[in-house]
Write a protein that binds this ligand. Structure first.
Ligand SMILES: CC(C)(COP(=O)(O)OP(=O)(O)OC[C@H]1O[C@@H](n2cnc3c(N)ncnc32)[C@H](O)[C@@H]1OP(=O)(O)O)[C@@H](O)C(=O)NCCC(=O)NCCS
Length: 151
């Protein structure tokens, strides 16, 4: 039986990873989030944030079955694109990926790590709670859309 290996995400993982993101429900496909869909953008993201992103790979066939992208702006760490292929869920893979990203960001001295989860994704909300992520009690996130209609 093949094992699951957790290792750093490299740009060569893009094709499998993107296939997973396109099929995993709960991965947001709004314009703000799909900016990370192209290989070019992922490569930029990895170059800006080396060593914080991980994949879970099926050692039997080399297929990427889980992803978690990590990055930071010098102050706050962020986690994006946490997804595990349907048939590999509920085995702790998502948690292991998040733990790897969190450990790598903490090693940079960061003390706050954020992620974004859709309100209508109860499974993911439970997953994050189980991993000790919770809504801030002292602030909310506000945002400015900076697309074509920026004013
Ligand atoms: C959310 C997701 C990444 C979890 O991955 P996973 O490998 O199955 O997670 P784990 O096995 O590490 O689960 C850890 C805990 O999270 C909770 N959890 C995970 N999946 C859950 C589900 N479908 N329903 C309810 N709770 C869930 C459980 O408490 C679980 O612990 P338990 O197995 O001891 O009960 C996976 O379901 C997924 O890819 N979903 C689609 C994409 C998505 O929604 N990503 C999140 C974007 S914010």
């Amino acid at each position: 039986m093949s094992n699951i290996i957790i290792r750093e995400f490299t740009i060569d993982d893009y094709q499998f990873a993107n296939a997973l993101w396109q099929t995993a429900e709960g991965v947001c496909h709004c314009p703000k989030c799909t900016i990370l869909n192209t290989k070019e953008r992922i490569e930029k993201f990895l170059n800006r944030n080396p060593e914080f992103s991980f994949v879970a790979v099926d050692s039997g066939n080399g297929v990427v079955v889980g992803t978690a992208l990590g990055g930071h702006d010098g102050r706050t760490g962020f986690i994006y694109r946490v997804a595990v292929a349907d048939q590999f869920r509920k085995r702790g893979i998502g948690t292991e990926l998040v733990n790897k990203v969190v450990a790598s960001l903490k090693s940079e001295g960061l003390t706050c790590i954020k992620t974004f989860v859709l309100n209508d994704n109860p499974n993911a909300n439970t997953f994050w709670e189980k991993n000790n992520f919770g809504a801030s009690k002292t602030s909310i996130t506000i945002e400015k859309k900076c697309g074509e209609k920026m004013s």
